[in-house]
Design a protein around this ligand. Sequence first.
Ligand code: GLU
Length: 609
Amino acid sequence: MCGIVGAVAQRDVAEILVEGLRRLEYRGYDSAGVAVINDGELRTTRRVGKVQELSAALDDSPLVGGTGIAHTRWATHGEPSERNAHPHLSSGDIAVVHNGIIENHNKLREMLKGLGYAFTSDTDTEVICHLVHHELKSHDTLLTAVQATVKQLEGAYGTVVIDRTDSDRMIVARSGSPLVIGFGLGENFVASDQLALLPVTRSFAFLEEGDVAEVTRRTVSIFDIDGNAVEREVKESEVTHDAGDKGEYRHYMLKEIYEQPRAIAHTLEGRIASGTVLDSAFGENAAEFLKDIKHVQIIACGTSYHAGMAARYWLEDWAGVSCNVEIASEFRYRKSHMFPNSLLVTISQSGETADTLAALRLAKEMGYKATMTICNSPGSSLVRESDMAYMMKAGAEIGVASTKAFTVQLAGLLMLTAVVGRHNGMSEEMQAKITQSLQSMPAKVEQALGLDDAIAELAEDFADKHHALFLGRGDQYPIAMEGALKLKEISYIHAEAYASGELKHGPLALIDADMPVIVVAPNNELLEKLKSNVEEVRARGGLMYVFADVDAEFESDDTMKVIQVPHCDEFMAALIYTIPLQLLSYHVALIKGTDVDQPRNLAKSVTVE
Ligand code: GLU
């Protein structure tokens, strides 16, 4: 789920490992640790809290040695504590770091206890190191012991194992959690994300599902799930973004909010020509795959799910195909029915979201006509396993609460609407309107960012509030949901979103002066209906904050603060109204003094169920 870094080198590696962890900090975690082999002994340092605490502990008593592993943990089994932090050790001989969940850990734990192993943590991970230790009794090498171990594991793992008696190598294995090998000169590395290793190398090979690899200073040998030696392509990283750089901004989240005009412009590059969106935006063979699509099934989680919900309105309204949207963790565990000629679309910033990946695999078994992912991470599992990929090119998103990835997903989904529409007879005029809208998005987002100061002022009203209600209609309903999610994630204020028409069916009972109501009100055919909903709130003494089109004729008074949003067309309204809601949650979090970039209990890339 969180971060893994490992190294085999001639120089001391502790600093490289800690720097790697720092670069993965944005994912959110609760504790960190490192283990290094020094003179045939394993030395570990672990700390609850930030990597900074670990780094300070290492300043006080440095770890010396050229082979080591490090981890940031996002607890799934066992509370966040020093004894549960990784690396975990078996008999002082074997050290292991692990991302993911071992589902059969209870059974393995009982078996290992029977063999005399004493457990020192509550984690599922600890079974791995004792198992390796046990297997080494009947295997000659660490590699074969790890191969025998992973065969017994059920669940998801990205794991790195070292042995104090053999400082020349580390064994790495992946199934369900990403790992990438970084190639250096006379030294080699491993990490759960290439970002961690950019200071030491730019040459990477991504492990595939089931791979186990032996990494020494000079060699990397990779074996597939059946134990056959395999080659995995070594590529030069194209990542230009240095994750460590916040620039002039106080938080990554604010930086990423302000990067949106550029990120959207970037995602459009080379994908629109002569008033139409090119099929190739979705991959080389997209034209063939998209030809007869009559139904779209979208699968995603969290913020990406909200993007999918907005796209449902567009695909049905404008592209003339039916569309369902479902949360991945629901889809994967129920029996759903597939419409003929269905396209399955997954949406995930990281491309490693465990539930979404499982849903994709299920959909492939079900026989969907084609699969597509909308994803920000080249080389990720979703990209590799889908027929088509829309690469978002939003740049690395560091803040745990997604901002630019969401708006770029919306832009990508609007492009998908245009392409699916074209294959289903969308008029050229309509296509041209959509592409014009796409091309004017960056400038419009820039204008919307101009609301920042006004929203900072407004945010003060929320500092003492415990609840908030967000309302929207049509494709602004998912935007209201996304606004509520942002507020929850980073300011810890309980927030809910409703389709405004639902107000009278229950939530009206909540309205009083302590429940701010945030309304998104572009100037569309639903405006008059929305105005009636606003009156329903006003009549019950509610306090409203209305983000409204300049032409929507809302006026501020005692019960209502109106923030005028630049006028925009229907194709981009969902995207544009997202901007003030992102800024609102950011400023409320600032006032509340929460950890904006790494909110409590959350992780950036959710690679466990
Ligand atoms: N399941 C393991 C634990 O709770 C690993 C968590 C992680 O992926 O960080 O320790």
